[in-house]
Structure formats: structure tokens, C-alpha cells
Write a protein that binds this ligand. Sequence first.
Ligand code: SF4
Ligand code: SF4
Length: 354
Amino acid sequence: MDIRKRTVEFKPYSRNIFFHILTQCNLKCIHCYINPDQHGTAVLDKETIFRWLRLLVESEIDLKGLLGPHVAPKVNIPKSPGETNVIFLGGEPTMNPHLPEAIKEAKRLGCRSVTVDSNGYLFHDFLKRVSPGDLDFLSFSLDGSTPEVNDPIRGEGVYEVCTNNLRLAVRKGFNASLIFTASRKNIHDLPNMVPLLEDLGVKHFFIQVIGIRGRSAKEGGSDLQVDMDQWNQIVPAVAEAVARKGIKVTYPKVYLDDKENFACAGLVADNYFVFPNGRVYRCPLCEDYPIHSLEISGDSLVPRPPIRESDLFPLEIPEGCVLNKILHPGNIEYDEHGRPKSRIACCMLKEEVA
Ligand code: SF4
Ligand code: SF4
């Protein structure tokens, strides 16, 4: 089988809206990045979801104004909703009873794709209220190939519920994908996911690296972080093995080779991470801090005054990503001369193997 691997460049004509429609969840995963103190506790009602969707899909956002007069953003603002992807998240998004209407509204607005990222519990009869034609991708989160690996991370009994609902969704014709968050607790198990993914009927496998934010930051989660050698030894090989089964794989680049250019998505992409308290971030690493670029106020999306994350994006440092250096210095390894062993890529830069 022909295997193609490529780095997915940021698309200048594409907008991605990561829309957290509540922060509540029935689970307590040890690596949960949600932070209700910073993101609010509201469950957005239908009218608010519809209003915010229109605002986010249709607004011409002044990135030049956000980045200051000396920085030219390399982003062309999408001219139509057909260039916008919406990803509904939580908390657990299916706990918001208005999710099915929200999906249909995003489609009615003409968005290119609509995705739901679920922990697999699929509340409020989700699979009965949404059809495969409404939803482009239904993603399930599972962090191990067995209950023995997954459940100590995500909770007792979660493996069984998640895999049963995933199988049911596949039988009903949904385009199912699976997200595996790699940490020191489960990276050894990643090769065992290969036969499971095939058995489950998953179309797309996402490997993501644990983010030390939200609960994991409060509870000393930096011990969970995978180091560069572990990542490089395991992840690319597993990705290739999964791709050989005909399943597409996406994983973060994490480390840049010497010849690769560094790019900050805050300067070259049109991404928005939206929370129920109206905060809108452009970089997920910043989500534990009140330095968001924009906020939703009434019917407007307004820039926050400095200092905000967007003031930091243009800073160039030998380590690559400036917010990793400031907020997560433990992610960076140095040689005996104090030079970074490798530059840290933007957390949104992905490798794709198909
Ligand atoms: S399912 Fe998601 S939102 Fe819920 S606890 Fe786990 S990581 Fe957090
Ligand atoms: S992760 Fe780093 S490089 Fe990516 S948007 Fe945030 S600050 Fe920029």
C-alpha cells in the first residue's frame, strides 16, 4: 500500500471555530484541559449558540488590528461560510440538549464541515436526533486499547460505553474518528490501538499530545508529559501502521527538524477557540489565562485591550513557539550549551499519514 506523509500547512483561506458550548462533563479525565474558573459554567442556550455561530462564521475579524501596526498577518479572511469548519466541544458537548439544532444551524449557514468531539456517552438521544448527513465527523475520545489502560485515565466503565457507542455510530453510517491523548500513562499502549481501530471501523485516527492545562495543570500533570525520544520512537511508526490499514492518521508535529520553518498559527491561520463565558482565544496554550484576543459582547466580537496573546505571537525566539517557552518551559529540552535541542512547533501544526 502506498503511504503518503505530509505536514499539513496552515490554510490561509480556512477558518476553524472550536466552539465549547458548555464546560460541564460527566467524566473527570486526569488530563482534562477545561478550566471553569477561566471558561465559565454556562450551558449555552439555543438562541445564544445560533447568534454566536452567525457572528463567528460571518465576521470579518481585523487581525491586523489585533497584531499591531508592525506585523502583517499572513491570513486571508474567508469570504464565505463555505470556507469555515465548526468543531463542537465541551465539556461533553452532547450534554447540551441544543447540540443537534446547533449542528443543523451550522450546516444551514453553509459551513464546509461540522464535527462533534465526544467522550462517547452521547447524551440526549444524540444518535436518534442527528443523521450522518447532518454531521461530517463524529469523534470519540479513547486513551487505551483496553479498559485496563483507558479507564484509570478517563474513568471506570468508560471504555465499554465509548466503544459500544462508537460501534453503534458506525453501524448507523456516521463518519467516526478516534482521538487518543498520549501521555506517560498510555504511550506504551499506542501500538495496540492499530487492530482495535480497524475492528471499530474508525475512518480517521487523531493522536494528540497531552496539554498541561485546566485540571492537569492544577493537579501537577507535568509528570504526564511524554519526552521527545518516546514521542519520536513510537508515534510515527504507529501512524504508519494505522495508515497501512487504510485509516487516515493525524498527529501534532511537536518538534521541528533543522530545515523546517517555524510558523505561529496566530499569525498565519484563522482559528478561534470559543468558551461559554464569551472568551475567544487564538492559541489554545493560553486558555488558562485571561489573555484572550477577543470576546463576545452582546452581538459583537470585540478585541480585548493589551496585553493579550496576540501581542506575543510575533516574538521570535530560538525555541520556536513563544508561549511554550513562557507557559510550558518544561516542554523544551536544552543541550549542554544551553541551546534548545529542537524547536517546538506550533501546537496546531499537524502531520498527516494516509
Ligand atoms: S471527557 Fe473531555 S471534558 Fe470531560 S473530563 Fe474528559 S477531557 Fe475533560
Ligand atoms: S502554540 Fe505557539 S506557535 Fe502556535 S499559535 Fe500558540 S503561540 Fe503561536
